[in-house]
Design a protein around this ligand. Structure first.
Ligand code: FAD
Ligand code: COM
Length: 517
C-alpha cells in the first residue's frame, strides 16, 4: 500500500491501523518519496522510541532516512505493549487503592470483597492503543516528514542493504533499533494457557482471571503489574528469587513502599523460586509450586504472570551480520552507539539496560548525530527513576546508606519526621493524597532528601506518594549540576505541591551547620 502523497488524518490512520492489526493485512505500508534522488544516510531497523527519535533527528540534521518496522505503526512497544498499558494499569491501581481505602465512606462505593475485571481493562487498552498509534503515524509522516515502510519484516542482506519483501534498500549506515522481548521461563508447563508476560497479557488474555494471581520476578514489571492485579481485589503473591525491588536503593524508602504494599494485601516470597507448574486436562494452568526458604508451597491459580526480564531482538542480525554481543545477548556499542561492525549502529533496548524511553530516544539521537558527522557520545548514568506500586515511587541520586559510605557529613530532611511512637501521622501530602492525609495519614506518603552537609549539595531524593514524578525529571538535571540546599531553598514552591523539598530546605538553609529535619 503506497501512502506517499496521501494526507491521512489521525482518524484515517486509526481506522487503517485497526484494520491491519485486526484483519491481519500483510501488505507493507510504503511511504517513500519517489522523487528524492538521494541515497539514504541511514536505514533504521525498528521504528520504536529509539528508531523514531533517531530518524527524526537525522532528518532534522539534513539527512535522508528510512524506517522499517514490522508493525503497522511507529512508536514501537511503548504504546503497544509496554509503557502505555503499564501506566493504564498503574492508574487503575492508584484509583482502586483510593476506592478500597475509603470504601463505603463519603461518596465511595463499597468495594469490599469485590473483584474488578482485569479482562475488561485489557480489552479497553486493546481498543484504546490505536489512538496513540495513529498519532505517531500522523506525526511521523505529516509533521516530521519521515519516510518509512511499515507492516513489513526486514531482512539484512549486508552492512548496507536491507530487503523487505521484493524491495531492496541501500544506505550509508544501518541502525539496529530492534527492541527487546520478555524472557520466557524454561520450566515445563510454562507454555500452558494462563501463563502470561507483559506482551501476551495484552495480546491474548481472553478469560477473567480467578481470585489468586502469582507473579514471578522482583523487578519493576513484577511490582507494577502485581500491584495492579492486587488492586483489582485478587490475592497477589510475588515470587522473587532474591529481594524484591532491588532497584530502590534507600532502605527507609524501600521499607515504607513495602509496608504500604503489604497493607494493601500484597504477599512477598523472597529468596523463593517457582519450581513446578501444573495444568488441567484442557491445558490451562491450575496450580504452581514455589520453593521458599521455609519449604515448598503449592498455590492454586489460573493466572501466572512472568516478569523475568528481557532479551534483545537479535534474530534478524544473527542471520547475516555478526555484531559483538554481551554475555546477556545485547548488542555491544561504544558511546557513539557504534557496533563492532563499521557503519552499523545499535540503539535502545537492543543494547541492554536501562530499559527506559529516555535512554532509547537519546541513544537514537546520539547515533543520528554521529551518522550526520557531529561527533556525539552518550551513556545513561545518574538518571532519575521511578516505579509504580499503588503509588508513584520516584527517586534520584544516592540512597542514605551509600551516601553515608561516600560522605562523612550526611544530612537528612524527611517527611514525616522521625516518629518513635509510630503514630499514624500526616504529612507529607499533596495533590491526590489529601484524603489519605485526613482519613488515613500513614498512607499519605514518604519523602526524603539526602544532602552532603559539607558542600550543601543534594545527593539523593526519594518520594513515595503521587504527583512528584514530573518534578524529578527537572530536579535530577539540577542535582547533576551540583544543586545545593540553598539554591533549592531559593526556588518558588507551588504550595501545596506533592513534594516539600523546597520548603524543608528553606527552613534549614539559613543555618551554616544545618541539622537533620
Ligand atoms: P521498541 O519500542 O520495542 O522498538 C523496536 C521495534 O523494532 C518494534 O517496533 C518492532 O516491531 C521492530 N522490529 C523488531 N524486529 C523487527 C524486524 N525483524 N523487522 C522489522 N521491525 C522489527 N520505559 C519508560 O521510560 N517508562 C515506562 O513507564 C516504561 N514502562 C514499561 C513497561 C513495560 C511492561 C516494559 C516491558 C517496558 C517499559 N518501559 C518503560 C521501557 C520502554 O518501553 C522501552 O525502553 C522502549 O520502548 C524501547 O524502545 P526501542 O525503540 O528500543 O524498542
Ligand atoms: C511513544 C512512542 S508512546 S515514541 O517514543 O514517541 O516513538
Amino acid at each position: 500500500m503506497d501512502v506517499w502523497g496521501n494526507q491521512f488524518t489521525i482518524e484515517k490512520w486509526q481506522r487503517l491501523v485497526t484494520e491491519f492489526l485486526e484483519g491481519g493485512n500483510s501488505a507493507p505500508i510504503i511511504n517513500i518519496n519517489p522523487t528524492d534522488p538521494r541515497e539514504f544516510d541511514a536505514i533504521f531497523l525498528g521504528g520504536g522510541a529509539a528508531g523514531r527519535f533517531g530518524a527524526a533527528y537525522c532528518r532534522a540534521l539534513g539527512g535522508r532516512v528510512l524506517i522499517i518496522d514490522r508493525w503497522p505503526f511507529l512508536g514501537g512497544s511503548c504504546p503497544h505493549q509496554a509503557c502505555v498499558p503499564h501506566h493504564l494499569f498503574s492508574d487503575c491501581a492508584a484509583q482502586l487503592m483510593l476506592e478500597r481505602t475509603f470504601s463505603g465512606k463519603l461518596w465511595f462505593q463499597n468495594l469490599n470483597d469485590k473483584i474488578v475485571s482485569i479482562k475488561s481493562i485489557v480489552e479497553l487498552f486493546r481498543i484504546g492503543r490505536v489512538g496513540p498509534h495513529a498519532v505517531m503515524n500522523y506525526q511521523s509522516k505529516e509533521m516530521l516528514g519521515l519516510e518509512f515502510v511499515l507492516n513489513a519484516e526486514a531482512k539484512i542482506i549486508n552492512a548496507h542493504s536491507v530487503q523487505v519483501g521484493d524491495l531492496k534498500f541501500h544506505a550509508k549506515n544501518l541502525v539496529l533499533a530492534l527492541g527487546a522481548r520478555p524472557a520466557v521461563s524454561t520450566l515445563p508447563g510454562a507454555q500452558l494457557k494462563g501463563i502470561f508476560n507483559y506482551q501476551s497479557l495484552v495480546e491474548t488474555l481472553d478469560y477473567e482471571p480467578g481470585n489468586t494471581v502469582v507473579v514471578v520476578g522482583g523487578g519493576k514489571t513484577a511490582i507494577e503489574y502485581g500491584c495492579f492485579f492486587n488492586a483489582t481485589g485478587r490475592r497477589t503473591i510475588i515470587v522473587a528469587r532474591h529481594q524484591v525491588m532491588p532497584i530502590l536503593k534507600d532502605a527507609e524508602s524501600r521499607s515504607y513502599t513495602l509496608k504500604m504494599m503489604v497493607e494493601q494485601g500484597m504477599e512477598f516470597l523472597e529468596n523463593a523460586e517457582l519450581i513446578n507448574i501444573q495444568g488441567d486436562e484442557l491445558g490451562k494452568v491450575q496450580a504452581v509450586s514455589i520453593q521458599t526458604p521455609e519449604g515448598v508451597m503449592k498455590v492454586d491459580s489460573d493466572f501466572v504472570f512472568m516478569a523475568l526480564g528481557e532479551r534483545a531482538n537479535t534474530e534478524l542480525v544473527s542471520q547475516t551480520i555478526y555484531p559483538d554481543l554481551d554475555d546477556k545477548g545485547f548488542i555491544k556499542v561504544n558511546h557513539r552507539m557504534q557496533t563492532s561492525i563499521p557503519g552499523i549502529y545499535a540503539v535502545g533496548d537492543v543494547t541492554g539496560p536501562p530499559m527506559e524511553m529516555f535512554k532509547a530516544r537519546k541513544e537514537g539521537v546520539c547515533a543520528a548525530k554521529n551518522i550526520m558527522g557531529k561527533v556525539s557520545e552518550y551513556k545513561a548514568t545518574d538518571y532519575p527513576d521511578f516505579m509504580h506500586t499503588h503509588y508513584e515511587v520516584s527517586w534520584l541520586g544516592l540512597g542514605e546508606e551509600e551516601a553515608r559510605q561516600r560522605y562523612a557529613n550526611v544530612k537528612i530532611m524527611k517527611l514525616p519526621p522521625e516518629n518513635p511512637n509510630g503514630l499514624d501521622v500526616g504529612l507529607p501530602a499533596g495533590d491526590r493524597m489529601m484524603l489519605y492525609l485526613m482519613m488515613k495519614p500513614r498512607m499519605s506518603g514518604f519523602q526524603k532528601l539526602i544532602i552532603d552537609g559539607d558542600t550543601r549539595k543534594i545527593l539523593g531524593a526519594f518520594h513515595i506518594g503521587c504527583g512528584a514524578k514530573d518534578g524529578f525529571q527537572y530536579l535530577n538535571y539540577l542535582v547533576k549540576r551540583g544543586l545545593t540546599i540553598d539554591e533549592l531553598a531559593d526556588m518558588d514552591e507551588l504550595f501545596i505541591s506533592p513534594s516539600y523539598f523546597i520548603q524543608l530546605c528553606r527552613l534549614r538553609a539559613g543555618d551554616i551547620n544545618f541539622k537533620d529535619l
